[in-house]
Design a protein around this ligand. Structure first.
Ligand code: NAD
Length: 361
């Protein structure tokens, strides 16, 4: 059966890398009808707004989207279109696998981690009070009255809400991802020893959810600072990590660094029955239209999408084709060469062509 999927090319290098990913996904033979929807610079030019309602409606209808990166314009509207999409569609789980590929420069080998980051609350909820404002003074006064603790009057305040509801659904979605993708262990990461009412709540909830998966998926918890050290010293001890928003942001970049950086790390934003797949990297505007950047992160986001659609065989075939092309090191972009100025580096679309040719062999 043909599946309709929303394709958001994005801007900057977005259209080039999404075109590469679309062609690679199509070459697997999975029947997809793409419904193109605009967001970013092209949407401003055509609709006068950066994130048209019609784009959100398309994702809501089709339930799955493949999305290119989108530039966050300085000084207008909301903080980021990417964040706005996640919030509007309640895509509360940010899933980022970090996997080693032979041929990618990196200090480590054979890393295979998945990071599941809560996307909707924590210090990223955007609840902030600016230093010196009357409402900030009110908040400080209320805190001092209720806790008998002093806060310096020249403080800014950011609020860190962590709820049972959001903790439960993120941990459950981490376990479900582990089951579906043959993972063996979930590690909850927190700072519950210090923040007992937020991280403590997250940990307590994670332990409760873990009971439902006993005997099927192992569970442990690690304090975030210790986690950072252990990931550098012995990353192979871990399998799937689930974290509140802020730690998830930091640790997922650390894990991208373990496997060689942004050009190869895919991502997914998943909610209840809906998912948007996108590379971790941004729109790299200086490379726009040059057919130069690495399409791997976007193609591997397509691999995650195929798995989400239960097209496991097609996903494995595409991932293997990417793996082989990178390992051969011939038809790869500048960033995967030992000398980035190597004149033999191929362009974005030529790397996709080589992956497609490998897939069809
Ligand atoms: P960026 O990821 O766009 O680029 C940083 C650098 O990383 C580039 O200059 C390039 O050297 C390298 N790089 C990125 N992608 C690459 C690829 N596919 N192949 C090879 N090299 C690659 O980060 P930035 O410059 O901080 O952000 C640019 C814009 O993208 C900003 O407006 C930012 O808000 C936005 N952004 C969007 C997303 C998203 O759409 N999800 C994510 C991050 C940043």
């Amino acid at each position: 059966m043909t599946k309709t999927i929303t394709l958001i090319p994005g801007d900057g290098i977005g259209p080039e890398v999404t075109d590469a990913a679309r062609r690679c996904v199509e070459a697997t033979g999975v029947k997809i009808s793409w419904e193109e929807a605009l967001a970013g610079q092209d949407a401003i030019e055509k609709f006068g707004e950066i994130l048209p309602q019609s784009t959100l409606d398309s994702v809501k209808k089709n339930k799955v989207a493949l999305k290119g990166p989108i530039t966050t314009p300085v000084g207008i509207g909301f903080r980021s279109v990417n964040v706005a999409i996640r919030q509007a569609l309640d895509l509360y789980a940010c899933v980022r696998p970090a996997k080693s590929y032979v041929g990618v420069k990196s200090y480590y080998k054979n890393i295979d981690l998945v990071i599941v980051r809560e996307n909707s609350e924590d210090l990223y909820a955007g609840i902030e009070f600016e230093e010196g404002k009357p409402e900030t003074k009110e908040i400080i006064a209320a805190i001092e009255k209720n806790t008998l603790k002093k806060i310096r009057p020249d403080s800014g305040i950011s609020i860190k809400p962590i709820s049972v509801t959001a903790s439960r659904r993120i941990v459950r979605s981490a376990f479900e991802y582990a089951l579906k993708n043959n993972r063996k262990k979930v590690t909850a990461v927190h700072k519950a020893n210090i923040m007992k009412f937020t991280d403590g709540l997250f940990l307590r909830t994670a332990r409760e959810v873990a009971k439902d998966y006993e005997g099927r998926i192992n569970f442990e918890d690690v304090i975030v600072d210790n986690m950072a050290m252990q990931l550098v010293q012995k990353p192979h001890n871990f399998d799937l990590l689930v974290l509140p928003n802020l730690y998830g942001d930091v640790i997922s970049d650390l894990c991208a660094g373990l496997v060689g950086g942004l050009g190869i790390v895919p991502g997914a934003n998943i909610g209840d029955g809906m998912a948007v797949f996108e590379a971790v990297h941004g729109s790299a505007p200086k490379y726009k239209g040059l057919n130069k950047v690495n399409p791997t992160a976007m193609i591997l986001s397509g691999v995650l999408m195929l798995r989400y659609l239960n097209e496991f065989q097609a996903a494995d075939r595409l991932e293997n084709a990417v793996k082989e092309i990178i390992a051969q090191g011939e038809s790869v972009t500048y960033d995967l060469r030992s000398d980035p100025k190597d004149p033999l580096a191929v362009g974005t679309s030529q790397m996709a062509d080589a992956i497609i040719a490998k897939l069809k062999k």
